[in-house]
Design a protein around this ligand. Structure first.
Ligand SMILES: [Zn+2]
Length: 394
């Protein structure tokens, strides 16, 4: 299998990203944007065509004079994305413009370890290949629910992923698929997904707070993910809310995640059910034998006062941490995402009220705090975007 083609200079890279983000364009329009003469542009486009990265898309309407040819990304370009969560795996294939062509999702316990979970993801990708969506992929972006060394393409001491520490995810999948692969934290990919096709398309500086089994924050600065020196930027789940708070999976006390991660919600729900404070949760416990964050959402939606109180309390803690982040970072948008975001508007209202009360008006005056609208597609869209950024660069 031929290794993936890449642009050979900045002009070519710029043309590819432009065609990805803006769709097919006439040669005349492309020349205007990249400031190349007609003959230089033709040389670059010929080279990209030889590489199989762009193709002709017919003739444009006349701008007066000869009709300019339309150029588009090669229709055979494909990117794959794996969004590995704590309890699920999503696999998708996109075209060069990052349109999702196929997307499959399955329950999957990340604690089975790297080889088993990655095999499952590769199986799902094989299913999409069997459906005729691609013959080869030009790159694959992978998100995992824990801290990642982006440079090394592997998770590093991830708290909720036993068996994954320093597993060479990038190299293992790259070998299997014969294409470039990049690995990042799932939260960063969700933020990239929002930039690509979500609420953040026109925003350059934003925070995406994911509340699921864990709690993390994707930081977008000037349209790009900010990862920090070693890749752990945005790991807000372990910011301390209270010295005397509950014990966290990380070994410390009083972390945000120990108050409002998936495990914390399940713990509070069980306590509420057993103490008799919540008739709804008690009924759900009787029926299912166990309780999860989803049950809290169900009970809260049914008007159970104790479940609503749990959600409000969690929102207050998230808001407390977020107010500090907003003062520090001054984002243009805050997006709340992840399974617990399914708790919906009760949660959002509480977070908003704390952030607006505690941050200075200059920081919150024009600050929308919203729920993600991409649901399950954010992570895979972000994965495709991440690897396309890499493939479409010199
Ligand atoms: Zn912690």
């Amino acid at each position: 299998m031929r290794m993936s083609a890449r642009p050979q200079n900045e002009h070519q890279a710029r043309l590819l990203r432009l065609l990805r983000d803006e769709g097919p364009r006439s040669r005349a329009e492309l020349g205007d944007v990249v400031h190349l003469s007609r003959s230089k542009l033709a040389v670059e486009l010929d080279r990209l065509t030889e590489l199989g990265l762009v193709a002709s898309g017919g003739l444009a309407a006349s701008r007066g004079g000869r009709r300019s040819g339309i150029v588009r990304l090669d229709p055979g370009l494909r990117f794959a994305a794996f969004d590995i969560g704590a309890t699920s795996v999503d696999v998708a294939v996109t075209d060069g413009e990052l349109e999702i062509l196929g997307h499959v999702s399955e329950p999957c316990d990340v604690r089975q370890g790297a080889p088993a979970v990655l095999d499952r993801a590769l199986d799902l990708l094989g299913k999409l290949r069997d459906e005729g969506l691609f013959t080869r992929v030009h790159g694959t972006g992978i998100g995992v629910p824990g801290p990642v060394s982006f440079r090394d393409g592997m998770p590093v001491v991830p708290p909720i992923m036993p068996g994954w520490d320093r597993f060479p995810v990038r190299d293992a999948v790259g070998q299997e698929l014969g294409c470039p692969v990049q690995v990042d934290n799932d939260v960063n990919l969700m933020a990239l997904g929002e930039l690509t096709s979500g609420l953040a398309r026109s925003v350059d500086d934003l925070l995406l707070v994911k509340i699921g089994t864990g709690i993390g924050c994707g930081i977008v600065v000037d349209g790009a993910i900010y990862r920090g020196v070693s890749g752990s930027a945005g790991d807000i789940g372990h910011i301390r809310v209270d010295d005397d708070g509950p014990l966290c999976a990380c070994g410390n006390h009083g972390c945000l995640e120990a108050y409002f991660g998936g495990a914390a919600l399940a713990r509070d729900a069980l306590a509420a059910a057993r103490s008799g404070r919540s008739p709804q949760l008690a009924a759900l416990l009787d029926a299912g034998g166990d309780l999860s964050a989803r049950d809290v959402a169900t009970a809260a939606a049914a008007g159970d006062a104790e479940a609503v109180r749990i959600v409000r309390e969690g929102g207050r803690h998230v808001g407390q941490v977020l107010a500090g982040l907003v003062s520090f970072f001054n984002p243009g948008l805050v997006i709340i995402a992840g399974g617990v975001a399914g708790l919906g508007h009760t949660l959002l209202a509480e977070i908003r009220s704390v952030v607006y009360r505690r941050s200075l008006p200059l920081a919150t005056g024009n600050l929308p705090i919203v729920l993600s609208e991409l649901a399950g597609a954010a992570g895979v869209t972000g994965g495709a975007r991440m690897i396309s950024d890499s493939v479409f660069s010199v």
